[in-house]
Design a protein around this ligand. Structure first.
Ligand code: FUL
Length: 596
């Protein structure tokens, strides 16, 4: 074990970022803008998914759904804002326009909007109501505007890009401050497109003319952050999954140019030349839009806490989605779960036990973000010991880097001094327990220990590490966990392939069937069915087509897909893959049958 210099720190207590040695080090590598720092300080904010899909029980609308469908009986944006606030969310990003193209505000550039719906006799504006309600309650407001538009006749041509920019300008000009714009990367290709009903492929790197659009955003709302999925470098990046976790190693860096692969999204790029921090997005339910069938599948409190540790606790933010029900409100299960989550976060982090510790480096446990500890003489390794008069019991450790001068730490360790021995504390939420990056905030969870001393040790860093805070907490055990899913398997099903794109399910006798559920392969995207047809038979001879359609967003969010149809007598069902996301052979993780 290496021994380091004993550092005697000059506690400056000064503002503006001071090292314990009284010298302000130079920035190292890319650094965050002030906006990016403010954004990361929000930690948790909400997504709200609401559109015509809510009324068609879909995740992606095709673009031909009637605006007549939009007629909520009880739309109450104040309830949404209250739920989000009670869930600890600091802002809301709203789906002003999802892939179906329906605008939740009365855009002057299209007829496909709330203005042609029965709701408020076409005089309503959901974006306006929500933006106002957010402001009243002190939440920040932001918009999701889908670049892919399955309704617009000109999608794929230049005219559409002008339309898209006009809409963005409308949203950025008429609704007050917008803290983020979210440009979804999905582009499934096919759509209604004004009745053309065809597949339109675009080159995502050139079609939308992002540089021009970005310039416009900066001009109208200089404080607004640009999110995209990584292909056109904005200010924030997707983390490569909708499951609610970023890599345990998470650099807030990417390269300005060039391809961005999944690993770069999920872990950042250690030597990237630009500051592009990751935003972790996930839904409180399996889907992004509301489906009654998911009422039993709202994320449990322990799952939400796990998500928090794997996002906010890994140098990211958490963008947590609340879907709106057809009546225009958030479901009570979601709101109760959201409030329990906020309460638990508060409970876990209510008392920083590190503040009681004695240390030679008081700037590390003073709770002040712009004072930081660093090893002497610019060393890239070093350690700090926190000593307690009375033994402390704890199971969470939080480290924070002073990111205004860049992200530096590459690996570190924590040890607890228990019964005369130093015991390493490993991250229980990773397989190898190793600690790598820190960034804005890194939370480490481990089984409860009682110790007299705690040692924090940086073992590798790109440049002298600047640690603005170490804290220690004792989280309550989560005993009353609610299971995530009420899925039950049907044991008497016999499933086999009739051909690479046809799967037969024998039901074990003649039954009245009203639907199927399909869980795609989860380890690889290969064989995932994106477009399906379902047939039923009682004699293996006479097959009746009972359903067909699209499993939208199944690639990014590989969750259970439910297909319902009019009850039919069958002894065998056949699922055909009309289209696969990748590969030539359809695959599944599980299949269920819904009976009458
Ligand atoms: C995805 C979209 O395709 C989903 O529908 C949802 O909006 C999610 C947040 O992003 O890429």
């Amino acid at each position: 074990m290496k021994r380091f210099l004993i550092n005697f720190c000059l506690a400056t207590g000064a503002v503006g970022g001071f090292s314990c040695w009284g010298v302000t080090p130079e920035a190292f590598g890319p650094t965050p803008s002030e906006n990016q720092q403010k954004w990361q300080d929000m930690e948790t904010y909400a997504f709200i998914h609401y559109s015509l899909n809510t009324y068609t029980d879909q995740e992606w609308g095709y673009g031909d759904e009637s605006p007549e469908l939009f007629n909520p009986s009880d739309l109450d944006v104040k309830q949404w804002v209250k739920v989000c606030k009670d869930s600890g969310m600091k802002g809301i990003i709203f789906t002003a326009k999802h892939h179906c193209g329906f605008c939740m505000w009365p855009s002057v550039f299209t007829e496909y909007s709330v203005k042609n719906s029965p709701w408020k006799e076409g005089k309503g504006d959901v974006v306006r109501e929500l933006a106002d309600a957010c402001r009243e309650e002190g939440l920040k407001f932001a918009v999701y505007l889908s670049p892919w538009d399955r309704n617009h006749p000109e999608y794929g041509r230049d005219e559409y890009v002008t339309y898209f920019k006009n809409q963005l300008e409308e949203l950025l000009t008429n609704y007050g401050d917008v803290f983020e714009v979210w440009f979804d990367g999905a582009n499934g290709g096919d759509g209604w497109y004004g009745g053309a009903n065809e597949i339109r492929k675009i080159d995502r790197t050139t079609y939308y003319k992002w540089p021009e659009t970005y310039r416009m955003i900066r001009r109208i709302q200089p404080d607004c952050l640009i999110w995209n999925d990584g292909s056109d470098r904005g200010d924030l990046r997707w983390v490569g999954t909708e499951a609610g976790e970023v890599g345990a190693t998470n650099w807030s860096l990417l390269n300005k140019d060039g391809e961005v692969d999944w690993g770069m999204l999920h872990f950042g790029l250690e030597n990237g030349d630009s500051w592009v921090p990751g935003e972790t997005n996930t839904s409180i339910r399996p889907g992004w839009f509301y489906h009654t069938t998911e009422d039993e599948n709202v994320k449990s409190l322990s799952k939400l806490m796990d998500t928090y540790y794997k996002s906010v606790g890994r140098n990211s933010t958490l963008l947590l989605n609340f879907p709106i029900m057809p009546n225009g409100r958030i479901h009570p299960t979601d709101s109760v779960r959201g409030a329990a989550f906020a309460k638990m976060v508060k409970e876990v982090f209510k008392e920083d036990l590190a503040k009681k510790a004695k240390t030679d480096h008081p700037e590390i446990n003073d709770g002040v973000r712009n004072t930081y500890w660093s090893p002497k003489d610019g060393a890239t390794v070093g350690e700090v010991v926190l000593s307690f008069d009375e033994p402390v019991t704890f199971n969470r450790f939080v480290a924070e880097e002073y990111i205004p001068l860049g992200q530096r730490v590459k690996s570190w360790e924590i040890e607890a001094f228990c019964d005369g021995n130093w015991i390493p504390l490993k991250d229980a939420l990773t397989e190898d327990g190793r600690l790598t990056t820190i960034g804005r905030k890194r939370i480490v969870c481990f089984p409860t220990v009682t110790a007299d001393k705690v040692r924090f040790r940086v073992t590798d860093s790109k440049a002298v590490p600047l640690i603005s805070g170490l804290s220690i907490y004792n989280a309550p055990e989560l005993t009353a966990d609610i299971p995530d899913s009420g899925e039950k398997k049907c044991s008497d099903l016999r499933i086999f392939y009739m051909s690479p794109k046809q799967m037969a399910i024998e039901l074990g006798g003649e039954k009245t069937v009203s639907g199927i559920r399909y869980l795609p392969p989860t380890l690889s995207k290969e064989g995932t069915v994106t477009h399906y047809s379902v047939y039923a038979t009682t004699d293996w001879n006479d097959w009746k087509k009972v359903a067909s359609g699209e499993f939208s967003n199944i690639v990014n969010n590989p969750i259970w897909q439910t297909v319902k149809f009019d009850p039919v007598k069958a002894s065998v069902l056949r699922i055909e893959a009309d289209r696969l996301s990748e590969g030539e052979h359809m695959a599944y993780s599980d299949v269920e049958i819904l009976y009458e």
